[in-house]
Design a protein around this ligand. Structure first.
Ligand code: NAD
Length: 311
């Protein structure tokens, strides 16, 4: 029987732990605070930011909200980051990506105070992760690691294959999986757009993490019997593009009303026949990414204040 790994349930449990840690901080006189910075009028980006703020409220994390005109000079964004870096009441700073084309997104990440970089994407934090001196694990790969743990999947000694090598997901995911630490110790292969025979690689995987951003690209023929399959992909697909038999991945009615649905990189219906466990889209990795941002924000507040919390 294939296990459908329920990201919503695991995220709920992480939020419970975070809320308890917030109480511990509050008892010591510390209010954790996340500042979000939005320089976009893209509805998806606006939605992501408001969801992150709501998530914070739910667990007792205070928020600060900076909104910049997408046409404003890039310097305004860099200055905002400097101000938030200097603001002692702010523990974490999240700049919603993508930023407009005239902004140097690399500079944005480098400008963040590494101690407030709760996305874990500053070069110092990436370096610390690679060196095994992790400060903040980037939210999505961290969420995948926690999902695996909660599903009782120990990567130690297993063959893990990560499809995708982005700074945001693929690279930190692979680094977490090879770490000599709990939730790591896998023999890990990273595949990408220039990989010669992708299916030959993915078929080796005991744990397959798909993070390519290509709808439904991983089908059952690419998955070993009994593999654990984690689908990071979130792709908007026009509902009219779907065949008459409908989507092969999960969707919800709200998406259909908008004329699109969200699908993963994994052909859910075929792969669920082969895999021993699989994450759905939506309801798999997505909620975990949001939960791990809360986790990192509380960790930041704990590190900055010196108040230990039990996370
Ligand atoms: P990206 O575009 O930055 O990177 C995609 C990677 O996939 C690249 O390294 C590329 O080499 C590789 N790739 C692309 N096509 C490929 C192919 N045909 N074969 C093999 N490799 C291929 O994307 P990203 O930011 O890493 O995100 C990947 C996916 O994950 C997207 O669908 C994104 O929306 C989703 N995502 C989800 C969450 C979440 O919370 N669930 C978070 C971040 C990203």
């Amino acid at each position: 029987m294939t296990e459908i790994i329920d990201g919503n349930a695991v995220a709920e449990s992480v939020r419970g732990d975070v809320a308890a840690a917030v109480d511990e901080l509050e008892a010591a006189g510390v209010t954790p605070r996340l500042a979000t910075v939005l320089m976009s009028t893209d509805p998806a980006s606006e939605t992501y930011v408001s969801m992150k703020q709501n998530d914070c409220e739910e667990v007792g994390i205070a928020t600060a909200d900076a909104e910049l005109d997408p046409e404003a000079p890039a310097e305004e964004l860099y200055d905002t980051i400097e101000e938030l870096n200097a603001d002692d009441d702010v523990d974490g700073v999240l700049v919603q990506m993508p930023t407009p084309d005239h902004v140097d997104s690399g500079r944005v990440l480098r400008s963040l105070d590494p101690e407030k970089d709760v996305d874990g994407l500053h070069p110092e934090n990436i370096g610390r992760l690679v060196a095994g001196e992790t400060r903040y694990k980037p939210c999505t790969p961290h969420g995948v690691q926690v999902l695996l743990e909660e599903a009782g999947v120990d990567p130690e000694g297993k063959e893990a294959v990560v499809v995708g090598r982005s700074r945001l997901v693929g690279k930190p995911m692979a680094n977490l999986l090879i770490q000599k630490a709990e939730g790591g110790n896998a023999t890990t292969t990273v595949c990408h757009s220039r990989t010669a025979d992708l299916a030959a690689r993915t078929r080796e995987a005991d744990i397959l993490v798909a993070a390519a951003g290509v709808p439904g690209m991983i089908d059952a023929s690419m998955v070993k019997d009994g593999a654990v399959v984690v689908d990071v992909g979130i792709n908007q697909v026009d509902v009219s593009e779907q065949g008459s038999e409908g989507s092969q991945t999960k969707s919800d009615e709200a998406d259909n009303e908008k004329g699109y649905e969200l699908v993963g990189d994994v052909d859910f219906e075929s792969v669920r026949e082969t895999a021993s466990a699989i994450t759905p889209v939506p309801g798999g990795v997505g909620p975990m990414t949001r939960a791990m941002l809360l986790y990192n924000t509380v960790t930041a507040a704990s590190l900055r204040s010196g108040v230990d919390v039990s996370l």
